[in-house]
Design a protein around this ligand. Structure first.
Ligand SMILES: [Zn+2]
Length: 468
């Protein structure tokens, strides 16, 4: 790995700072344009929009001055790959982001149309504003400033954008394993996370992995009338509820025996941070949820539960009759979609086998169960003791005028773990979202102030990575 230099004055070069301030309106306009393309990766009717969002990125990268920028077709949604080699003796930064977005339902809860980006009270509202188009746009703004002020970025850049992060990310996973030489880098930068608050910046040093599965229970060979068969017929919906309650009880404990032994222990300092919660994050979490008390494993601090503990959540149950009025049907089949968030170090494939075994053991008598592994991804735990992470901390401290705290994020970015594992280089998770950005929810937004500070932080960071 190339060495990074330190000890320079930690402030953004005046000409870069002036350029970024002077062109901020253009950056916002760029983001507005990109947000107008409804690139919802999970809905087939938006296939063309996802491709258009990829082409938009290539046009933008070409405008900035990238000598190589292209759409890469895959068996799924396309990728965008761009390269700018300025000096082979300088380190290479691989930047990852995603240009696809989540669906927008419930549409009636949006205060402005999700694909007509609207600016209100210092925020830009629209699906993808924070996750992740806004965060890519700020990286592009930093690169453009370097291009205009210095003729190019201070280090070599490889940029990889994917169009199905919100839908499993299979194409990018395959592309990464097949093209390791093309993606070789000294550091990976991912801007797709959030900070503690606008006042307290943070760097992410851990992400949980994920496992998504589907459980289907079958009873009789067809739906039955509850008058003729109620009392003797198997009811898969009821059996499914019993099974789910056995997998995770009221105490929040997940009853998958091998899991408990494999949950990593955190450092004492981090444990103390969770217990003392000096930033009052627990209170903010309660406010964000709009509830009076938390549920789950009450013997663990809430920050530990959202940061490192495994979870098991039910996302949807399907079966029987759910229309208006009543219909006294005993359904023949019931299905639940579930997911588990996994502590770093746990292999989703292995956890899936434990889950399947535990689900079979928890199945009430008289039913048949099918378990399907929908998709999974590993978590990541990052040592903050690496030059590339420290430099990111310096850049954040300089622009936000506050030293960042190191946090774990409960969410999952499987590509982060994959790039770390395959390239064997530091992965820097430096995101500028805020907890109340409403990602994946109605009225998603991104703070214009975070957008501005974000592009300046990245511009400074790129300079810090340059080897003198
Ligand atoms: Zn994202």
């Amino acid at each position: 790995m190339a060495k990074f230099s330190f000890g320079e004055t930690m402030h953004l070069d005046d000409s870069l700072n002036t350029y970024l301030d002077a062109h901020f309106d253009t950056v916002v306009e760029d983001l507005r344009q990109w947000l107008h393309i409804p690139s919802i990766s999970t809905l087939p009717e938006h296939l063309g929009d996802v491709a258009e969002a990829a082409r938009w990125a290539v046009r933008r990268l070409t405008d900035i001055g990238f000598p190589e920028a292209a759409v890469v077709e895959t068996s799924g949604h396309p990728l965008v790959l761009a390269k700018w080699v300025v000096d082979p003796s300088q380190p290479t930064l691989l930047i990852y982001g995603h240009y696809d977005v989540q669906p927008v339902d419930p549409l009636d809860q949006w205060l402005s149309p999700p694909f007509e980006a609207t600016i209100r009270d210092g925020y830009i509202y629209g699906r993808g504003a924070s996750d992740d188009k806004g965060q890519i746009v700020l990286v592009l703004a930093a690169l453009e400033a370097w291009a205009k002020v210095a003729g190019g970025p201070p280090i070599n850049i490889t940029l990889l954008l994917e169009g199905e992060e919100e839908a499993g990310g299979e194409a990018v996973a395959r592309f990464v394993s097949d093209h390791l030489n093309l993606l070789a880098a000294d550091t990976v930068l991912i801007c797709d996370t959030h900070m503690v608050s606008a006042q307290q910046p943070s760097l992410i040093v851990g992400l949980r992995g994920i496992l998504c599965a589907e459980l289907t229970i079958r009873g009789a060979k067809s739906d039955l009338h509850s008058g003729g068969y109620g009392g003797i017929a198997p009811n898969p919906l009821h059996a499914l509820c019993l099974l789910l309650a056995r997998l995770k009880g009221e105490d929040g404990r997940i009853n998958i025996a091998p899991l408990a032994a494999r949950i990593p222990q955190a450092e004492p300092a981090e444990r103390r941070f969770w217990q003392e919660d000096p930033l009052d994050i627990t209170k903010k979490l309660l406010e964000e949820m709009g509830v009076g008390e938390m549920v789950g494993e009450n013997e663990y601090p809430p920050l530990e539960r959202v940061g490192i503990r495994p979870t098991l959540e039910v996302h949807g149950i399907c079966g029987g009759f759910t229309g208006a009025g009543s219909k006294t049907v005993i359904p023949a089949e019931a299905t639940a979609k579930i997911s588990m968030r996994l502590s770093a170090g746990l292999d989703p494939e292995e956890v899936y086998s434990w889950l399947e075994e535990a689900a079979r053991a928890a199945l009430p008598r008289g039913y048949r169960l099918t378990v399907r592994n929908l998709h999974g991804g590993k978590g990541i735990s990052i040592s903050a003791d690496q030059a590339a992470i420290k430099a990111a901390g310096e850049a954040v401290a300089a622009i936000f005028a506050t030293r960042p705290v190191l946090m774990r994020e409960g969410g999952s970015i499987p590509i982060a773990a994959q790039l770390h594992e395959l390239l064997q280089v530091p992965v820097v998770l430096l995101g500028f979202g805020l907890p109340d950005d409403a990602v994946h929810a109605p009225n998603e937004r991104f703070s214009l102030d975070q957008l501005k500070k974000g592009m300046k932080t990245i511009a400074l960071y790129l300079g810090l990575l340059r080897q003198r």
